[in-house]
Design a protein around this ligand. Sequence first.
Ligand SMILES: NC(=O)c1ccc[n+]([C@@H]2O[C@H](COP(=O)([O-])OP(=O)(O)OC[C@H]3O[C@@H](n4cnc5c(N)ncnc54)[C@H](O)[C@@H]3O)[C@@H](O)[C@H]2O)c1
Ligand SMILES: [Zn+2]
Length: 352
Amino acid sequence: MKEYNLRKVRIYTGNDVLELLLENLIENSYSQVIILVDENTEKLCLPMLDKYLFNTKIIKIKSGEQQKTLEIAQYIWNELMRFNTSKNSVLLNLGGGVIGDIGGFCAATFKRGLDFINIPTTLLAMIDASIGGKTGIDFNGVKNTIGIITDPKAIYIYPDFLNSLPKEEMINGFAEVIKHALIVDVDLWEKLKKVDVFESQKLNSIINDNIKIKIKIVAKDPFEQNERKLLNFGHTIGHAIESYSLKHDQKPLKHGEAIAIGMICEAFLSREMIDLSNKELRSLSEYILRFFPKYSFKSILSPDLIGFMYHDKKNIGEEINFTLLKRIGKGSVNHVCTEHQIARALNYYDSL
Ligand SMILES: NC(=O)c1ccc[n+]([C@@H]2O[C@H](COP(=O)([O-])OP(=O)(O)OC[C@H]3O[C@@H](n4cnc5c(N)ncnc54)[C@H](O)[C@@H]3O)[C@@H](O)[C@H]2O)c1
Ligand SMILES: [Zn+2]
């Protein structure tokens, strides 16, 4: 087992962390343990917790980004009321980033704050979403509009949950691994290019590398004043594409799939505006397209898509703010790009 500290949050990772979870729950003598699941984590992950926990209450929501809404948050608060949840209870978020984001938000706002613990079950949540305290919901179709930054009590990362995760969800999470390498870790980038990233030994070591990267960045800058903005690489255009796809597509893009497109577009902007070389742009575009098939836009510069970018939380005033790459392994924050430049970036992606 490995243990990390992020402020007061203890982060445990390894295949013996579930025993420890039980010990820690007992130590804290919570009056009630409530577990938030979706239908997949209820079926595939909850049974692994069952032998360690007793007397729990379950709140179940449907899976998917479409559930990260105020209506579902209200359902969760209602369930907490129905269980007579007191301040001395704890909510366990057992699931991917959707469960973690909405569960953390509901816990943090219920009776002005219940303890919550993240038990991520997707690759994306293990290496990214569960760490760093960002919680929230989408609002009026715009990603993560309502929410707060608040830390869980602890995070238990149990890699064996990934055994049941579908390959497409593994690839979805892998987008954030690629992002970490591109913004801060050229050695990780070289490693990714050389190995079979989903082979289990390699994957475990990649998970650890990425947990450390995320912890290091958010430890320095919890409220995203500066360094944490590095993590937004690919996300200005990526979040807009994700919101756009949620609105227009029958089978919307997953978060990682949208971010993959965003990273290629924002790497193009990096070549246009700062120092990223053509060779690096080509190499990272090819690598990303190996995992993420091309998405075809119905119309490249729909007013919707740009509209979503203007709603981005990272903006200051009326300008659309970007994190770009100086080179592979070196991100650079606070760049403003025009609509014209963004259109050129989307066209670059479309032309690949
Ligand atoms: N808070 C943050 O810092 C942060 C960072 C990155 C992403 N996010 C958010 O995370 C969300 C995406 O998270 P996600 O990709 O984990 O999606 P998700 O929570 O929708 O999970 C993906 C799918 O996998 C299923 N699943 C989960 N664990 C499983 C398992 N072990 N076996 C089989 N199926 C399993 C889920 O039921 C779901 O169908 C987005 O809403 C994004 O905005 C938040
Ligand atoms: Zn992301």
